[in-house]
Design a protein around this ligand. Structure first.
Ligand SMILES: [Zn+2]
Length: 120
């Protein structure tokens, strides 16, 4: 049972970043191109990123058109957690950490399909 106080801290702070899904696609291309620098990012991780975005994107109206967005902090937390679970090398994890700057999750947690997941 999560107390009300704890639950409120899980909400993204004001100014919390969301990422447009097309930008995630660009990030994926950069990850795939990292092999030019000798960094081989597992296709499994890329599949997990795509699945996460599919499960967690929201359709928002930006004043002109509908856009699909996903919480960047949650996406980043999912990528870092999944990288460790897949046993990716510390070198690759460091590369991903540099590529995806910013906050990891929200106070040690992130959301995936309405489930609250502890990062470590
Ligand atoms: Zn989030």
């Amino acid at each position: 049972m999560i107390s009300k106080t704890n639950f409120q801290t899980l909400e993204p702070p004001d100014g919390g970043k969301s990422i447009v899904v097309q930008e995630v696609d660009k990030l994926i291309v950069r990850m795939q191109n990292a092999d030019r620098e000798g960094i081989f990012i597992s296709g499994k991780l890329i599949d997990k990123i795509k699945e996460f975005v599919r499960r967690n994107s929201l359709n928002l109206y930006d004043g002109e058109k509908n856009i699909l967005v996903c919480c960047y902090s949650c996406l980043r937390a999912h990528i870092m957690k999944t990288s460790k679970e897949l046993g990716l090398s510390p070198e690759i994890i460091a590369y991903l950490g540099d590529l995806l700057t910013g906050e990891i999750g929200h106070n040690g947690y992130y959301l995936d399909s309405k489930k609250i997941i502890k990062i470590s």
